[in-house]
Design a protein around this ligand. Structure first.
Ligand code: NIG
Ligand code: FE
Length: 412
């Protein structure tokens, strides 16, 4: 099976060598080819170049992309798309004046989603999640990280992770699983939060690692959720079991979670709505990817991650959706890219780098995904005819995608 795309108005994120991360000033550079072609064989990008040099390849399918832009599919490195039901009632409660924190305090929020998920069958959970996954693929997402964290019991966390495994087997998209057992303190442990941390360390992590149900370990390191001390215990146990940290930090309060993540070689530290100078300095000496989640800031009305301060300090930055029922009921990476430009003053080049190659890095797949490079997987977005790639963030809320190719196959 081969696909040839010809007459591409502009081919974005073309990297002849296998770049796996882009930092600081380099994020402003988005290499492109104008009037290009691209050849896919099976699941792989095998050749590309400018039409003037087109050697006349044959292919099973030929797509004429006149007027259209082609770019790598989005790499969404932070989602919670496996959940049951929704929290639209809490959305309305917030409109009527309750805060996200107040809703959580009265037993809503993550605990509300956990109760619904515990009472949902594994098959039903799979069906609901698959629908969400297929939806985001149509919107151009080709690689996606998915977290547990709405189970909060050994049994329900394992159920979530098995659903993620089943999605992995069912879907053409690249999927990476994360154990986020430390997402909230369950009601039964309200008076004994350390008991829940012990359960995670002594039962959940060993069980998940034994059955290879996750690659990453996450903690919601936040006041009222998990302290630095809890986080450290969990990261230590996780790394001892071969899980790599990718953590929620600095969403509402900044108190050293970034440094702790770096200490445990976190692949990424995510949210970062609040950043201190110390956080920036500690990241400068690390290989950890900072990840911003602008749709979460938009939906909750909280500050946006200070992208300019991060990038101008020479750091890389990735963008992800945070798709979840409470703080971000949307997995639309096109909106994420737009919002990053509009609200965080990222240039279109920076935002596209952040949502492709750096997103791939933040989920450990940038050797195979996130750029147009010979030998990389053929996960691509073909846009409708547009004047330039500036239109992608500019025309916010518009669907500019014509076709999506995942793993060398057209998504219908
Ligand atoms: O990333 N911050 C923690 N977890 C999710 C929200 C969880 C929820 O409200 O259900 C987040 O925003
Ligand atoms: Fe999250």
């Amino acid at each position: 099976m081969s696909i040839l795309i010809t007459n591409i108005k502009e081919l974005l994120q073309v990297r002849d060598t296998n770049v796996t991360i882009v930092k600081g000033k380099d994020m402003k550079l988005l290499p492109t080819l104008k009037n290009a072609y691209l050849l896919i064989e099976h699941d792989t990008i095998v050749e590309y170049g400018i039409m003037d040099d087109f050697p006349g390849h044959e292919a099973d399918d030929i797509i004429d992309a006149t007027g259209k832009t082609v770019l790598p599919a989005w790499c969404d490195s932070h989602t919670h798309i496996v959940y049951a039901g929704d929290r639209s009632q809490e959305f309305v409660d917030r409109i009527n004046g309750l805060s996200y924190e107040a809703i959580a305090k009265r037993g809503g929020g993550i605990l509300n989603s956990a109760e619904t998920l515990q009472n949902t069958s594994e098959d039903e959970l799979f069906q609901q999640s698959l629908q969400r996954l297929n939806n985001v693929i149509k919107m151009g997402t080709g690689a996606i990280e998915i977290k547990s964290g709405y189970g909060l019991t050994v049994e329900a966390e394992l159920k979530m992770l098995r659903v993620i495994k089943r999605l992995e087997r069912t879907s053409k998209a690249k999927i990476k699983a994360t154990l986020l057992a430390a997402h909230a303190i369950p009601k039964e442990y309200k008076e004994n939060p350390n008991g829940f941390v012990d359960l995670i360390v002594n039962e959940m992590i060993p069980e998940v690692s034994k059955h290879q149900l996750a690659k990453y370990i996450d903690v919601f390191c936040e006041k009222g959720y998990f302290s630095l001390e809890d986080t450290e215990k969990i990261l230590k146990a996780g790394t001892e079991h071969g899980l790599v940290p990718k953590i929620h930090v600095n969403q509402f309060n900044a108190f050293g979670g970034v440094g702790l993540g770096v200490k445990y070689d976190a692949l990424s530290v995510d949210h970062l709505e609040l950043m201190t100078n110390d956080d920036i300095h500690v990241l400068q000496k690390s290989k950890t990817m900072p990840v911003a989640l602008p749709s979460c800031s938009y939906f909750l009305g909280i500050p946006y991650t200070p992208a300019r301060a991060i990038i101008d300090a020479g750091l890389p930055l990735a963008l992800a959706s945070d798709y979840n029922p409470g703080s971000t009921p949307s997995g639309n990476m096109n909106f994420v890219v737009s919002t990053a430009c509009i609200k965080m003053k990222m240039t279109p080049e920076e935002a596209i780098n952040a949502a492709t190659i750096n997103g791939a890095y933040a989920m450990g797949v940038s050797n195979e995904y996130g750029s147009i490079c010979r030998g990389k997987k053929a996960n691509l977005i073909i846009t409708k005819p547009i004047n330039s790639y500036y239109n992608l963030p500019y025309a916010f809320g518009d669907n500019l995608i014509d076709k999506v190719i995942i793993n060398g196959q057209m998504v219908s």
